[in-house]
Design a protein around this ligand. Sequence first.
Ligand code: SF4
Ligand code: FES
Length: 255
Amino acid sequence: MSNGNMNLTLKIWRQPNTNASGKMETYTLGGVSPDMSFLEMIDVLNDKLIREGKDPVAFDHDCREGICGMCSMFINGEAHGPNKGVTTCQLHMRSFKDGDTIYIEPWRSEGFPVIKDLMVDRSAFDRIIQSGGFISVNTSGRTMDANAIPVAKEDADKSFDAATCIGCGACVATCPNSSAMLFVSAKVSQFALLPQGHPERKERVTNMVKQMDAEGFGNCSNIGACEVQCPKSISIENIARMNREYLSASIKPEN
Ligand code: SF4
Ligand code: FES
């Protein structure tokens, strides 16, 4: 096209609510700039649908800069689309071609029921965090400055890498077992690697794994798809660390 804009065919999962059955609907959209983000492209589609008196496509989004983890969807069968190490909001339409057909679907996992269209309920992750993904610190005027505790550089770096998990759920959605172990292990690791996380490390890993199982997520069978599709490139090394933490918490007495 002379102005560089694209015409697209969009096949989008439409599902009115959790209990209704959904189906793929086809939409055509013209004038899509390669500089638009993927979410801006859906905004343009929704403007068009609203003007036509139709129901816009429901999708989750918030920060639109790769931080919040809300913009979760499958694009052409890949979590967060074709580019590695980015979220859907960081994906640009220049990654597609004029005339392309793009398939857009919600996460598919029993642990993440569809709320509407592309939106899924990821509150299972919130409940896992509530079960132990924190440290208990009593704050007072005499609280020790966290920077006063020495931390080895390598541990600090690994902890920071684990802490970049944004809770998007791509790992679960991609795993054939719907395993949440990449997510949970990142959250366990960020504390297990730091002295501040040590006092509660046993109960943390025990409770988080228990809640993960209660939510119906499957086990890890070392397929590794989660690491490939994770927009933050969280390493499956964290799963091995969580397994060691769990084993150690299981076999050693509390005191
Ligand atoms: S481990 Fe990666 S894919 Fe899984 S929730 Fe965290 S950021 Fe998303
Ligand atoms: S909208 Fe926040 S990570 Fe995409």
